[in-house]
Design a protein around this ligand. Structure first.
Ligand SMILES: [Mn+2]
Length: 327
């Protein structure tokens, strides 16, 4: 399906629900708000519907959202658009909105996307869903104003790690060059997104750094965050956000693993790699997904078992016979 066709489909919607994935990040929130503002300019009755409040770090972004448990009886949607969600699990408790909608659209850039909607547009070459939404908004003939630009900038900047990751392309920079023409304050945005931490998060980071374990001759770095540990650090779930990229920053490490105990018997696993291990394949072994350099899954087991399973899978992926080299 082409993006032009997706644009045609979207034009037919009247009451449109936009669903970012759970555990919201800059890409899904920025993309959702940008599309919301654009659809309003088209005269659509659109709403961003989330399951949890968005992380405070993104609260400065222009846009509104409604929590799914606050929807009223009048809130029915004839079209649902899922953004940045690789599979239905990422829509979680809002799946009924998807299933009850006449028309469903899925726009994403995860290579592992299961194409769960009627109309799917998945482009793994896009660094962020925000890049696709940029093209879509242009296709719809809507002007990218300052508010839309700020949202798209955050979407793209966060998924590229501030334009440093290997998914960053010349197209990424071309798009962002156009966004800057809308006169957004990138110094202020970047400070808010990348250079501001809560004290509790900084303390959690330092405690977590103290607990890094190395395996596989120093090529694998591992951190486990138990509920008890998070509590002792005086931190909350929002503070664990972004911690996944810490282990792979250790010199000599190829794969960084972060295990977060979300609740008893429910371990969130984040994989990050640097040069050659395709971590989307490792996450897929456990029913998760993502990208070559960043992926994740959830294991319904205890921390000890999760650690053993995950370490074994990562070690396997690094054996010469099964190791795939990507330049
Ligand atoms: Mn994304």
């Amino acid at each position: 399906m082409t993006l032009e066709k997706i644009g045609e489909v979207i034009k037919t919607g009247i009451h449109i629900g936009i669903l970012p994935h759970i555990d919201g990040d800059g890409d899904c929130i920025g993309s959702s708000f940008a599309l919301l503002l654009a659809l309003k300019k088209l005269g659509k009755n659109a709403k961003v519907v989330v399951e949890e409040d968005i992380p405070p770090v993104y609260s400065f972004l222009p846009g509104q959202y409604t929590k799914s448990d606050e929807l009223s009886a009048e809130d029915t949607f004839d079209m649902i658009i899922c953004l940045d969600s690789g599979d239905e699990g990422r829509i979680k408790d809002r799946l009924h909105l998807l299933h009850n909608s006449k028309v469903t659209v899925n726009i994403d850039h995860h290579i592992t996307n299961t194409k769960f909607a009627q109309h799917n547009y998945v482009d793994p070459d896009s660094a962020a869903t925000g890049e696709i939404i940029y093209d879509l908004i242009r296709l719809l003939g809507i002007e990218i104003d300052r508010e839309i630009a700020a949202n798209l900038y955050v979407a793209i900047a966060t998924d590229t790690g501030g334009f440093r990751y290997s998914n960053t392309t010349s197209r990424t920079h071309h798009i962002v060059a156009n966004l800057l023409q809308a006169d957004i304050d990138i110094a202020s945005i970047n400070r808010k997104v990348f250079e501001t931490v809560t004290l509790s998060k900084l303390k959690l980071l330092s405690d977590a750094a103290n607990r890094i374990e190395l395996y596989g001759a120093g090529k694998i770095a591992f951190i486990a965050l138990t509920r008890e540990f998070i509590k002792e650090a005086g931190a909350n779930d929002d503070d664990t956000d972004g911690l996944a990229s810490l282990p792979r920053t250790v010199e000599g490490v190829e794969v960084g693993i972060l295990l977060t105990e979300k609740e008893p018997q429910k371990i969130k696993v984040s994989f990050r790699s640097n040069e050659y291990v395709d971590v989307s394949e490792i996450a897929a072994l456990f029913g998760g997904g993502g990208h070559m350099r960043a992926s994740g899954c959830t294991l319904k087991t205890d921390m000890k078992t999760a650690k053993a399973k995950v370490l074994e899978a990562v070690k396997d992926s690094m054996r010469p016979t099964t190791c795939s080299i990507h330049s």
